[in-house]
Design a protein around this ligand. Structure first.
Ligand code: BG6
Length: 501
């Protein structure tokens, strides 16, 4: 990677150091950055958590996490570079003294290195303790450390950023009472995915798409984020969240914003995020009710990966009368010059037929005079451009072509570009890119406060409506299927159907 990606001397502090995300994603991300020599020479990692464990125990837990979850093996040389720079601070998130201890440890690291360092805090705890952590970072003076210099403190805040518009606003208020917006990196790991970043490149580094990228040529857009997994052991969390909060408000909405936004004036963080906010704000309020723009459902027992799996209501930690959706779909209208009249369909669900995330742009049909004879000869499909975000990352374009032979017959054909074929398959994980970007101070792939609020503004009336409805209107779909019939109805009203990715 080029030199301009170099980060200054940094201490990364992970709050929630013994949590699941830390083991699965954050420690492996730091390790892979070390592996690629992308960490600054003066780097230090501090785990902060409630568990009373020693530095030694933190190091061995980290090594175990790398062995289990890293995309690359733990090698003694790389680990030797990291191990001695990992320490642990035990303390409560609301315990002021613990933050004083943390500050003392950071000062001691700086003194030992003999140079100034920036501190990057990563708040990776349950959201209930976001506020005490932020408040204590303020009280201890850590938040304003070196403010005004390039080595100012930065903070990454994990999702969920609020659970509705009011709580997101309140969290923004707490964040801004302690930090300046430019210090804050609200994470949505989908933005760190290679293919999501490629969406910007495809849209704005190729001239063939832009002339077509509007209501004159595009018929509709479908964004799918389907998962094969169920709620697994996360029933406790999921029951209080549901698909709209867990996937749609953040990941799916981000894909929509990048697909639909206007070209930014530059690639600076503010220019890109200005455009995302504008397009999110142009989305019309969703119509609720039986003929409305939203559908929800829960998975029922079914088959996945050749195994019989239980329905959501039978999963551990789920109430038998739960009204939490595991699937949500919506039809959005963007009321601006470019998109008026083009429906954007979003769907996400657990226990669907297979894991796939994609954005599919459906183009209008050409005037149908030439290849319109009735019968089998002319099979034509609308041109569709699909960005496959994961897995099997790539881009596909459905065109109509002539079947070789002595008479003119047509059929849809597909052109495709696969990342794995062109670039190989060991691409960096989203968290690697995002942790590095935050260390460097590049906020482009993070959510700005107003952006989070714009998205919650759209989703909150739906959540309120569903809460009032209880289980009324909750559909179901067999595990391992493509979703419920109420979502099919949502499209059928516009004579559309869901694409099978
Ligand atoms: C998380 C959700 O944000 O994203 C999970 O909380 C979900 O429920 C996960 O499984 C999906 O991420 P990915 O990167 O596996 O598509």
């Amino acid at each position: 990677m080029s030199k301009h990606r170099g980060a200054p001397p940094t201490v990364v502090v992970i709050f929630g150091a013994s949590g699941d995300l830390t083991a699965r994603k954050l420690i492996p991300a730091v390790y892979n950055l070390a592996f690629d020599n992308l960490l600054p020479a003066d780097f230090h990692l501090i785990g902060f958590g409630r568990k009373e464990i020693s530095d030694e125990e933190f190091r061995s837990l980290s090594a175990a996490a790398i062995r289990e979850f890293s995309r690359r093996e733990l090698t003694p040389e790389v680990w030797a570079r990291l191990e001695g720079r990992a320490t642990y601070v035990a303390g409560g998130y609301d315990e002021k003294e613990a933050f004083v201890r943390l500050a003392t440890q950071i000062d001691a690291i700086e003194a030992r290195l003999g140079r100034e360092v920036q501190v990057l805090f990563y708040v990776s705890t349950p959201p209930t303790v976001f506020s005490p952590i932020l408040t204590n970072l303020g009280c201890s003076g850590l938040a304003r450390r070196k403010l005004g210099s390039p080595l100012h403190t930065k903070v990454i805040i994990e999702k969920p950023f609020g659970r509705d518009l009011d709580s997101a606003r309140e969290l923004n208020r707490v964040v801004r009472s302690v930090f300046e917006e430019h210090q804050v990196y609200r994470i949505d790991h989908y933005l760190g995915k290679e293919t999501v970043q490629d969406l910007l490149v495809q849209r704005f580094a190729n001239s063939i798409f832009e002339p077509l990228w509007n209501r004159n040529y595009i018929d509709s857009v479908q964004i799918t984020v389907a998962e094969e997994v169920g709620v697994g052991t996360r029933g406790g969390y999921y029951e209080g969240s549901g698909c709209l909060r867990d996937m749609i408000q953040n990941h799916t909405m981000q894909l929509l914003a990048l697909t639909a936004m206007e070209p930014p004036v530059s690639l600076s963080a503010e220019a890109v995020r200005d455009e995302k906010v504008k397009v999110l704000q142009a989305i019309q309020p969703l119509r609720l009710g039986s003929e409305g723009d939203v559908a929800r459902a829960q998975y029922a027992a079914g088959m996945t990966g050749g195994k019989v799996v239980p329905g959501y209501l039978q999963e551990a930690g789920i109430r038998a009368d739960s009204a939490t959706e595991t699937y949500a779909a919506m039809r959005l209208s963007i009321n601006n010059w470019r998109w008026q009249g083009v429906p954007f369909y979003l769907r996400s669900g657990k226990r669907m037929a297979r894991r796939v995330s994609e954005i599919a742009i459906h183009f209008k049909r050409p005037p149908g005079t030439l290849f319109a004879a009735a019968g089998e000869r002319f099979q034509l499909a609308p041109n569709t451009l699909s960005f496959q975000i994961q897995p099997d990352e790539g881009l596909g374009l459905v065109l109509n072509g002539k079947i070789p032979g002595l008479e003119t017959r047509t059929q849809p054909v597909k052109m495709s570009f696969r990342y794995a074929t062109t670039f190989g398959s060991n691409t960096p994980e989203a968290y690697e890119r995002l942790v590095l970007d935050a260390m460097i101070g590049d906020g482009t792939l993070f959510i700005r406060g107003d952006e989070a609020e714009a998205s919650w503004k759209l989703c909150t009336p739906v959540l309120d409506f569903w809460r009032e409805q209880g289980r009324a209107g909750m559909d179901s779909y067999p595990a391992g299927s493509w979703g419920p019939s109420n979502a099919d109805m949502l499209l059928a009203r516009n004579t559309h159907t869901w694409r099978q990715p």
